[in-house]
Design a protein around this ligand. Sequence first.
Ligand SMILES: Cc1ncc(COP(=O)(O)O)c(C=O)c1O
Length: 453
Amino acid sequence: MGKKQYERPIINKQYSGFMNKFGNATVSQPKTEIENIPVKDLVAQYGSPLFVMSERVMRENQRNVARIFRTRYPKVQFAWSYKTNYMNAVCSVFHQEGSWAEVVSEFEYDRARRLGVQGEHIIFNGPDKSTEGLERAIREKAKIHIDHYDELYELIEITERLGLTAQVAIRVNYDVGVYPKWDRFGFNYENGEAREALKRIVVNKKLKLVGLHSHIGTYMMSPEPYRIAMTKMVALANWLKSQHHVHLEYLDAGGGLPSHNTLKGQYLQAEEALPALDQYADAITGPLFELESYGDSMPTLILESGRALIDNAGFLISTISALKRLSDGKRAYIIDAGINLLFTSFWYKHKLVPAQATGVIKENASVFGPLCMNIDCIHEDISLPAMKKGEHVVLFNVGAYTMTQWMQFITLRPSVVMIMEKGGVEVIRKGESLDYVMQLEQTPDSLKKFSLV
Ligand SMILES: Cc1ncc(COP(=O)(O)O)c(C=O)c1O
């Protein structure tokens, strides 16, 4: 056994009179390996910071959620939410698992097509679709989810002009008891707007109404709003059936299932605070059995789940660049990954642990990123054992909305690797270089030279 490392004693300020309802801070084990690969080897080979994705975990998540829903309702189709993570390798994993693509821009639409997804397997959401984008989606028979009247009227014009039929659904928003209401996307249910839009669609010969869509919010902490939304969606479907003889192909419940990240201000850890996905599945599928006159050809339930399928498949390895004391004596760490890579740390308390064995004494610390910006704070207050410059930390649950929302700001974006299910590590996005970042810039001739004295 090696010699035990000396740990300098520290003095922790105690606030008398305040009970600590949490008891002693739980000890987080260091994360020295990801999928049996030592963190230090990953850093040695691919650099730091480094995003690491696990193919195995993504597939397991997808299969598990599919199982949970399919045991409750037999016709379920997933559509991978591109904005959650549109790295090609990641999308391919979900497409190999049978998921369609759910896109919210032409950029995402083009990515899906280039990856080989057929138009009929693309769900085209979003409030800002251009004329060209709509034309392409109509030609390729993508499922266009109409967000507002201007889009509906434009679709009517385009289909008329092209002499083609569009496959459409409308996005519906509802009062689901969560406030402020998410009513900026789609047509409102309660004020009758959704029914009016549907009436305009069903009388149009060139618009084929194939489904209804809703996405009631993200990181929904309770299943009940889904039950309310799906009950209202089923009421719309029943009305369409009885009044307009429309037999819908699908009902799309959107995404929003929570991941295991803990929100800022959330009292308990996400794992303890959130209901099981089974409860969400009950809430979403239960109302579907109230569909009338569908007989054996029940509509498909589409799910556009993003974060719940991928957050825990992503890790971010980072290196400690410096330690310092703030003016009040509080410990601060500077690490080489900041809000430029973890936009999500504005609302999540990402789990962060050392990547090597440490002592047992913990101290509250702030963890700052590398940016020379005051906002670059990953954790304002986190209890950590002592670590040294050059050691590594691992951040958990970073698979969703990081590699799509990251910023090329002040510094370059790092490599992303995937640990493959069959073994081995593959780079799925190379770290950026100065040449890559500057390739689109053009400097006028008159600005190409200067001399400084
Ligand atoms: C229309 C739509 N579907 C699906 C998603 C995925 O949501 P989540 O990652 O919360 O499951 C989003 C994300 O905001 C969305 O806007």
